[in-house]
Design a protein around this ligand. Structure first.
Ligand code: DGL
Length: 262
């Protein structure tokens, strides 16, 4: 079991930013990443549909004999509660570790949660933060349009800065201490978001999730004893060539991009 790979998925490219941090934290592990590009975006779909897609992707990944599953997507994590009762390997979602990380800003912090419309509607960040720190203020902002723009490659351009500024400037004077990048795609908009909300700390899911994965594998004695570097295999339910071009920024070595049908 220890030598089995770790499965990771997202609706597209955002989860690769999380994968990068997982590799950094656990360089000896083998990873299988699924970009469910065919079903992108998740964040504008109704909850039951998202839950069905999450089940289908998970079923595929479990067939690859993984020892753990990282749901590198907030929207999918928010709609994955049904899996926990039927899946017997550890499932690590991004939301709870990220909510905890944001509270380093203080138990009375003002925290903006930028997420897909579906994640915001699920109320899951609000719930975790209210439980962990009842004195904190949560400002949820549904920004599904950012994920679509990022997926289409509009990053670091005049129009990406304009898009983000137009959406977030109304929040600039609200004393925001921390901004949760509550959609894994938004790591690719760090510069745009920092420009629109200067002074706020940006909280990515990537490092908190990597820390959680390492902790869970250690506790369950599932860490590989390997001295050699692990492998990374990337799969997409969409077009493999397109994904390759979309992820030119991903600097880790990987064994090609393979098309799969779920
Ligand atoms: N990366 C996904 C997330 O973290 C969202 C993108 C989508 O709408 O599919 O929520």
């Amino acid at each position: 079991m220890k030598d089995n790979p770790i499965g990771v998925f997202d609706s597209g490219i955002g989860g690769l930013y999380v994968l990068d941090r997982l590799i950094e934290a656990l360089p000896g592990e083998d990873f299988i990443y699924v970009a469910d590009s065919k079903n992108f975006p998740y964040g504008t779909r109704p909850p039951a549909e998202i839950a069905g897609i999450v089940t289908a992707v998970t079923r595929y990944i479990l067939k690859q004999n993984v020892k753990a599953l990282v749901i590198a997507c907030n929207t999918a994590t928010a709609h994955s509660g049904h899996l926990r009762a039927v899946v017997d390997i550890p499932i690590i979602g991004v939301i709870e570790p990220t909510a905890r990380a944001a509270l380093a800003a203080g138990s009375d912090a003002v925290i903006a949660v930028l997420a897909t419309n579906a994640t915001v509607k699920s109320g899951i960040y609000q719930k975790y933060i209210n439980e962990l720190a009842p004195g904190a203020t949560v400002i949820p902002v549904g920004c599904s349009e950012f994920a679509s723009a990022i997926e289409s490659g509009d990053i670091g351009t005049a129009s990406s800065y304009r898009r983000v500024a137009a959406k977030l400037s109304p929040y600039a004077g609200r004393g925001i201490d921390a901004v949760i990048l509550g959609c894994t795609h938004f790591d690719l908009y760090r510069r745009e978001i920092a420009a629109a909300l200067p002074g706020a700390r940006l909280i990515s899911a990537a490092d908190p999730t990597a820390g959680r994965l390492e902790g869970v594998l250690r506790e369950k004695e599932l860490l590989k004893d390997a001295a050699r570097p692990g492998t990374v295999t990337i799969m997409t339910t969409g077009d493999a060539e397109t994904l390759k071009q979309q992820i030119a920024w991903f600097r880790r070595e990987y064994r090609g991009v393979h098309h799969i049908d779920l």
